[in-house]
Design a protein around this ligand. Structure first.
Ligand code: GRF
Length: 212
């Protein structure tokens, strides 16, 4: 059986969430261990961050003409070699096929920079600013076959300033993402998260519904 604390992180870009998870893990603030980092972008900064921390990395670019099921089958093969129990998407810019999700049923989570179900998909911060909301935030959710539609595990609220541009709002949300994602992964690997249909409960051990 796969080690319950071992998490694969899939990232396409900068990897600041990955860094927050690595830092929390190495300082033993959380029980989760990053077992491998996989990216579809060979030049992703996320891969460098992982290498610097001594974590195995895999660059898995999509091959020319390769369809999603074929790519996802390679992804599943790759993960199978790393004995992971959880897959955490952290800015991974590919949608995953039902076959992939079936292989890791109920074990794939994602972080999104809005208070879902508001503003799913790309450019969530831009969507929030254009809509004129006073508060946005971030959401960690289980992944299902929709775009950012899976059951919500935890959220953090972030105020929107009328002077914010996309970059300013994204930066303020990211600061909360960096607290929320490691916290959620800790609760997941400890087995504190229960799910019934869409309703997710986190058993209380004194640390509340979101990080302090
Ligand atoms: C974050 O805003 C996350 O919510 C979204 O993609 C971005 C990734 O940022 N899914 P980083 O690569 O972790 O810095």
């Amino acid at each position: 059986m796969a080690d319950p604390s071992r998490v694969a992180v899939l990232a396409s870009g900068s990897g600041s969430n990955l860094q927050a998870i690595i830092d929390a893990s190495l300082s033993q603030a959380i029980a989760a261990t990053v077992a491998v980092v996989i990216s579809d972008q060979p030049a992703a900064r996320a891969l460098d961050r992982a290498k610097r921390a001594g974590i195995p990395t895999v660059a898995l670019p999509r091959q020319k003409g390769e369809k999603r099921p074929a790519y996802d089958a390679r992804l599943v093969d790759c993960l199978a070699g790393h004995n992971v129990s959880w897959v955490a998407l952290a800015g991974f810019m590919r949608l995953l096929s039902p076959t992939f999700l079936a292989a890791f049923s109920g074990k794939v989570v994602n972080i999104h920079p809005s208070l879902l179900p508001a503003f799913p998909g790309l450019h969530a911060q831009r969507q929030a600013l254009r809509y004129g909301v006073r508060y946005s935030g971030c959401t960690v959710h289980f992944v299902d076959d929709g775009t950012d539609t899976g059951p919500i595990i935890a959220q953090r609220v972030v105020p929107v300033d009328s002077r914010d541009d996309e970059e300013a709002l994204a930066a303020r949300i990211l600061r909360e993402e960096h607290k929320l994602y490691p916290w959620v992964l800790d609760r997941l690997v400890r087995g504190d998260v229960q799910r019934q249909g869409r309703i997710v409960t986190i058993s209380s051990s004194g640390s509340g519904d979101t990080p302090a």
